[in-house]
Write a protein that binds this ligand. Structure first.
Ligand SMILES: [Zn+2]
Length: 90
């Protein structure tokens, strides 16, 4: 797939561990098995914009105080939401 940083077509889907700061800024959690794009040409590993939006939305809608310091992406996205939709989003 296409690398958004260097334009290489050698980029591929991968699952990576990354650190994410909670929206309230109290701490960062480790998210494992995060769908990511890895590029062998420029070395970038990044998450696609839509995925970042989904995670940010999810973190706004769940009780982040209950989250462990390390959680897998799929478990994170299965956490029950306090609100049905994101009222914080403009
Ligand atoms: Zn690249």
């Amino acid at each position: 797939m296409h690398c958004m940083w260097c334009g290489s077509n050698e980029a591929y889907q991968d699952k990576k561990t990354c650190y994410w700061e909670l929206p309230d800024g109290t701490r960062a959690i480790e998210i494992t098995e995060m769908p990511s794009v890895a590029c062998p040409d420029c070395g970038m590993i990044y998450q696609e914009e839509t995925l970042i939006d989904d995670i940010e939305d999810q973190l706004m809608l769940i009780n982040t105080k209950l989250l462990p310091n390390s959680i897998s992406y799929s478990v994170l996205m299965e956490q029950p939401r306090l609100l049905q939709r994101n009222y914080f989003k403009a």
